[in-house]
Design a protein around this ligand. Structure first.
Ligand SMILES: O=c1ccn([C@@H]2O[C@H](COP(=O)(O)OP(=O)(O)O[C@H]3O[C@H](CO)[C@@H](O)[C@H](O)[C@H]3O)[C@@H](O)[C@H]2O)c(=O)[nH]1
Length: 457
């Protein structure tokens, strides 16, 4: 495919002010900049400083600061989701709605050809005035949008959805496997919560998707084709795929402390556990998790945020845990270099929450995959890996959504025991899947094709 033949565009990026959104928007920005397109990235001031190092093409990607105005109830100086408790997100989105004139003024000056956006559903209206195309760029799986955020799901404004309504997928939903179980359906209850002044979360997102020129996902047909087609039919507009746009592999070697520690173990022996950048476990679940990993008798590296109510991760560990695991286990309360750890030959199992980033990273690794999802999209991503692709095992939970140390241990042993038939079966499937995803040019062909589809808009 000749990526040079497409015209060069100027694209403005305006994601929801949360690091989980900035980062994937920057990854696609880097890919577009690499192909000669110009990017104007709208974000608040502090985030610019924190994200600068992810801008791999500073000559082509320019940051533009948007000032978040004060709204009543929002702590002074709030700029992103990281500055506030989750319960205050509706106030942050209301504040971002008030940036409309600021954003309009800036876009008027910048004159982009396209604006990529997500939660700011008024961007398509500006497009008509200012003459750009608007692309709703979605950073979660297509399955999560297909089940929750399509016109076919009826979400009344005056009451919350019942458990039965939440369980029922929208008419024509293309899977009988990638579904919520009874105790999980409530994770969609937020659809009818107010998200900004006088508008629900469901309305904000579906308005954005109805009014934009194209919807786009960072996924691929090989994994989510039927969901993408379903969304295309539901909205009657193009759904463009960028493929799994992952960060460029780090060029710098992994820090010595990790290399030295991992070097002590046999190939594929270590269990690595991480739950992304957002999740804070409940104290009891945190303890069940680490005890379950300890029960396997395998060496392990756990990197999790301290659970609710604990100042440090050490404070939260069960009695005598640190002494028992000495030399064999490591527990860390801060972020670790996940992709580098996954690539280390000693690591053989990845226990994770199946956030969309970790989902791709597990799929492309050599590790066996054990999943413990928490939020709505993580649950559906887990079902894609465990039910559809059959490359992972999901830890059993009871009807209240709780898992025990025994179920954690059982799931890990199921994939790690050398004579486990299940482990061999899942590994075989993962190998087939990886062969497709790691084909030379798989990812870059997707992006080249994506750019060609933008040309046609
Ligand atoms: O110690 C760590 C933990 C994570 N990561 C990286 O951080 C990213 C985490 O992304 P993801 O797996 O998507 O998890 P979250 O940070 O939890 O992602 C949020 O955003 C995702 C969409 O982007 C959603 O799917 C999730 O539900 C939501 O929690 C990945 O690239 C990891 O490699 C590290 O480098 N070190």
């Amino acid at each position: 495919m000749d990526s040079q033949s497409s015209s060069k565009h100027h694209i403005a990026m305006f994601p929801w002010f949360a690091f989980g959104h900035f980062t994937p928007y920057l990854h696609i920005s880097n890919e577009l900049a690499k192909r000669g397109h110009r990017i104007s990235f709208l974000l608040p001031k502090k985030a610019q400083l924190q994200l600068q190092h992810l801008n791999l093409y500073p000559d082509s990607i320019t940051f533009h600061v948007i000032t978040v105005p004060q709204v009543e109830g929002l702590p002074h100086g709030t700029e992103t989701v990281s500055d506030i408790d989750n319960s205050l997100q509706p106030l942050l989105v209301a504040a971002m709605d008030l940036t409309r004139d600021q954003v309009k003024g800036l876009l008027h000056q910048l004159k982009p050809d396209f604006v990529f956006f997500d939660f700011m559903h008024w961007i398509p209206e500006l497009a008509t005035d200012l003459g750009f195309e608007s692309v709703y760029y979605i950073i979660i799986s297509a399955a999560s949008v297909a089940i929750a955020l399509v016109p076919g799901r009826k979400v009344p404004k005056d009451r919350l959805l019942t458990e039965d309504e939440l369980m029922e997928p929208p008419l024509g939903y293309p899977s009988t496997k990638i579904l919520f179980r009874k105790h999980e359906a409530r994770s969609l209850i937020f659809l009818s919560y107010e998200f900004g002044k006088g508008i629900t979360f469901y309305e904000r997102n579906t308005i954005g998707m109805k009014q934009c020129d194209a919807i786009s996902f960072r996924t691929c047909r090989e994994l989510e084709g039927p969901f993408c087609d379903y969304i295309q039919n539901q909205y009657g507009k193009p759904v463009l795929l960028t493929g799994p746009v992952l960060p460029e592999p780090s060029q710098s070697p992994m820090e010595d402390m990790w290399v030295n520690w991992l070097a002590k173990f046999e190939p594929c022996e270590v269990v690595f556990c991480a739950f992304g950048s957002q999740l804070t476990l409940d104290m009891k679940q945190f303890q069940e998790l680490v005890l379950g990993i300890e029960l396997t008798s395998l060496p392990f590296l756990v990197a999790l945020k301290p659970p609710v109510g604990a100042a440090t991760i050490e404070d939260a560990l069960p009695e005598g845990f640190l002494e028992r695991i000495s030399g064999k286990g490591m527990v860390c309360g801060t972020m670790v270099p996940q992709t580098q750890i996954l690539n280390h030959p000693s690591v053989g199992c990845f226990v994770n929450h199946c956030g969309f980033g970790s989902m791709w990273e597990s799929l492309m690794s050599h590790c066996q995959i054990v999943l413990i999802p928490h939020l709505g999209d993580q649950i559906l991503n887990t079902r894609i890996l465990s039910e559809e692709l059959q490359v992972a095992v999901e830890v059993d939970k009871d009807e209240n959504g709780w898992f025990s140390k025994e179920s954690v241990c059982e799931a890990i042993k199921m994939v790690m025991d050398t004579d486990s038939k299940v482990g061999q079966f899942l590994r075989g499937n993962q190998e087939k899947c990886k062969t497709k995803l790691l084909k030379p040019d798989f990812v870059s062909n997707y992006i080249d094709e994506f750019v060609q589809q933008l040309d046609k808009l």
